[in-house]
Design a protein. Structure first.
Length: 530
């Protein structure tokens, strides 16, 4: 259709007639716009904009091919400046443009490329473990390789290996051709005792996800000879004849070390009590001291069948004070002053050990203890709690401030960590520790939103990543004051280090981190309705 403009200047003065002149005008501009990086299954709406508004028809091109009908989820109308793709997929990727036209002519817009983002195929990421060993079972010193893979994806996913919260420096590679669609991260290293019992996690990150996907190696079972050993050391302390005395030796190893105490003065192997706790072998030997123990040292040997080497430690020489023997005759009875002196020497001394040491309360960062005091040695006594992390096993310990109370709380501890604690009783003459040490663990930490708990409101997925060795428990409110409990503990295996839940509708949850037997849990994170 031609556009008509009135040319009032063209007036025939003689005929007084108005001449109309036809002027043809084609569209002169067009611009296409849309989200050029949509996520697969999103809806995409393309807009074609032009300044010409009369009698305009719209056409659409993909990769320079005219789209002539509505199909494959693409909807458009020649009289409408929009094109809609319902549930876009990777096949919709390409270069698009629009054309505006009228009977006089047409104009093509700019070209704009759509690159549809999509997740890798199949379940991802996938974790694999390989050992390079001459034995049937991997041991310290062997080489290990952990591989994390994903197939396809646009863009390719980012795969990262983690040791707890620390990133491992693995080799990350992406496909080099369209036929090789595997993305991988490979980390290789020499195994040590530290790797035994570890779980390494691979996290897969992708722009189409708000929270990462994850897989892990499972618990590594690495054989190693004893590497750590501690035993009772005397440190210049002195003891009295008939004192009840206990020496303790601890060591690790996989399998756990065999421990034995030896009297260094006569090379005699001592009868002992041996037990195991938390991956540590413990050997205790106890007896009442005699003057024959004075200046005797005791040695502890630790060994297993992985290596022939034997670890040893020694108490150092024990100083035992023997009591003087008082001899009197009827002709020369002891004087009052002598009796007073003897009474003092026999009954004034350092306190006896506290006993019945129990934990009365625990949180994620504190332990509260209560105990019964022993005899005070004839002098006022005070108490301190001496404590250290059980796993460090290096002898370094911390003491609380002195108190006369028989209950005390240790603050500032690490969550879900086992501690060895003794009550130190002391007066002006000396001090003594309760025995055996009381061993207990703090509770797991309270979950934190955006640190361990992530909710994607678009996909309805709730991702929970439990820290360290803790396990996840989720309580769901089912109405009328009642809750139902969900735990994530595969049969004959450790609990999942990460849990993904799909939330359907509105729910009220309490999220706990617990010990691996779910017997003890930290404070819950109470969600708002998801």
């Amino acid at each position: 259709m031609a556009y008509i403009k009135g040319a009032f200047s063209n007036v025939d003065q003689t005929s007084s007639k108005l001449h109309l002149q036809a002027q043809d005008t084609a569209p002169s501009d067009a611009t296409i716009s849309f989200n050029s990086s949509p996520v697969e299954y999103d809806t995409v709406i393309m807009h074609c904009t032009t300044s010409d508004i009369n009698c305009i028809l719209y056409s659409w091109y993909k990769d320079n091919v005219l789209l002539d009908e509505t199909k494959d989820g693409i909807y458009f109308d020649e009289n409408n400046p929009t094109l809609t793709i319902i549930s876009v997929d990777r096949e919709h990727s390409g270069t698009y443009k629009c054309e505006v036209s009228n009977p006089v002519g047409s104009f093509h817009s700019n070209e704009l490329t759509m690159d549809v983002q999509y997740l890798p195929d199949n379940e991802w990421p996938e974790c694999m473990v390989a050992y390079y060993t001459s034995e049937n079972e991997p041991k310290a010193g062997d080489r290990a390789e952990i591989t994390c893979t994903a197939t396809d994806g646009n863009p390719y996913p980012r795969l990262v290996w983690y040791n707890g919260s620390s990133v491992l420096d693995g080799t990350y590679t992406t496909p080099e051709s369209e036929y090789d669609k595997i993305t991988s991260n490979v980390f290789e290293w020499s195994l040590t005792a530290y790797d035994n019992g570890k779980i390494y996690q691979c996290r897969g990150e992708h722009p189409a996800l708000s929270t990462p996907m994850a897989c892990d190696t499972g618990v590594l079972d690495i054989k190693f000879s004893p590497t750590l050993q501690t035993c009772t050391t005397i440190n210049g302390d002195t003891f009295d004849e008939t004192d009840y005395f206990v020496i303790t030796c601890q060591s690790d190893g996989n399998p756990l070390a065999t421990l034995q105490w030896i009297n260094e003065s006569n090379s005699k192997i001592l009868e002992h009590t041996e037990f195991y706790h938390g991956g540590i072998a413990i050997n205790e030997y106890s007896w009442s001291l005699t003057r024959g123990d004075n200046r005797v040292s005791f040695q502890c040997d630790a060994f297993n069948d992985v290596e022939d080497d034997i670890l040893t430690c020694s108490t150092g020489p024990i100083t035992v004070h023997s009591r003087p023997i008082l001899v009197t005759t009827d002709a020369m009875p002891p004087t009052t002053s002598i009796i007073s002196t003897l009474h003092k020497s026999f009954w004034e001394g350092r306190p006896h050990p506290a006993y019945n040491v129990i934990v009365t309360n625990k949180t994620e960062d504190s332990l509260t203890f209560k105990w019964t005091p022993g005899l005070d040695g004839g002098l006022p006594q005070q108490f301190q709690l001496e404590y250290q992390e059980r796993k460090t096993n290096h002898g370094y310990s911390v003491r609380t401030a002195p108190t006369t109370n028989t209950t005390e709380t240790i603050y500032g501890l690490l969550a879900m960590t086992e501690y060895c604690v003794t009550v130190v009783s002391f007066n002006n003459i000396g001090e003594i520790h309760s025995y055996p040490p009381t061993k207990d663990s703090t509770l797991p930490k309270t979950p934190v939103i955006h640190e361990e708990v992530h909710f994607n409101q678009y996909t309805g997925q709730l991702l929970i990543v439990a820290p360290g060795d803790s396990c996840t428990r989720v309580d769901e409110y089912i109405g009328h004051g009642n809750w139902t409990t969900h735990i994530f503990d595969p049969i004959n295996g450790p609990c999942d280090s990460s849990v993904t839940l799909t939330i359907d509708g509105s729910v009220l949850l309490r999220i706990y981190f617990c010990t691996d037997d779910y017997m003890e849990c930290g404070e819950p994170l109470e969600s708002e309705s998801y």
